[in-house]
Design a protein around this ligand. Sequence first.
Ligand SMILES: [Zn+2]
Length: 247
Amino acid sequence: MTDDRITAALTEAIATACRVMAAGGLVEHVLGHISARAGDHHLLVRCRGPREAGLSRTRPEDIKLVPIQGPAGDLDGWTPPNELPIHTGVLRRRPEVTAVAHAHPPAVVTHSLLDEPLLPVYGAYDIPGARMAAGGIPVWSRSALVTTDELAGAMAEAMGDRPVVVLRGHGVVSAAGGDDPVAAVRTAVLQAFALDTLARVTLAVRQAGGTPRAIGDDDLAGLPDLGGGFNVETMWRHLLTRLPAAD
Ligand SMILES: [Zn+2]
């Protein structure tokens, strides 16, 4: 494919992924954004347009090309998200990362306020989430709006090389890599879904009067990696069926 066709496909993928995040309850109203690396010096990112109507109404024209370093420049009436440094900060610091998703899932935010780690409380119920939790889900203790590279750097440091980081009292940042940027966008969103599921189940255990505990090492070790074909492609097709019809 030509560079233009790759950019068009990635733009469409980011716009669809924004609508998937909204339809899945990972964002409330207009907040949240997704980006993908586009060449060595730029990223495609969901911006806010003159007719902004929320993430559930994201269109391809809301996705703009901006530099990883320096000011975004004239975007023809659109403005980059205030938290653009979340995306540029992670992409600059982690060369293996291709896509970044930022969302404010209410259950993740609520759980973060308990100041307890998210544990692999289940196994086969949601294998990607269990494996992610087993590897550790870091928390950045700040609840600030991430508008500077300094804040983004501290956040990225808390994230380390993990796929997700919980921003206490704020939301989640999810990052994915690989050669296929469209697959990376979907993977980043699916990781945020897995985190949301884990937070919702953990909160339900607490609300029922129980104590969330990690499942045993034997059960964790026995969970297979089902691979991207099932975890990403099949799950993505399912999530697309839950999108409301375009207006
Ligand atoms: Zn935010």
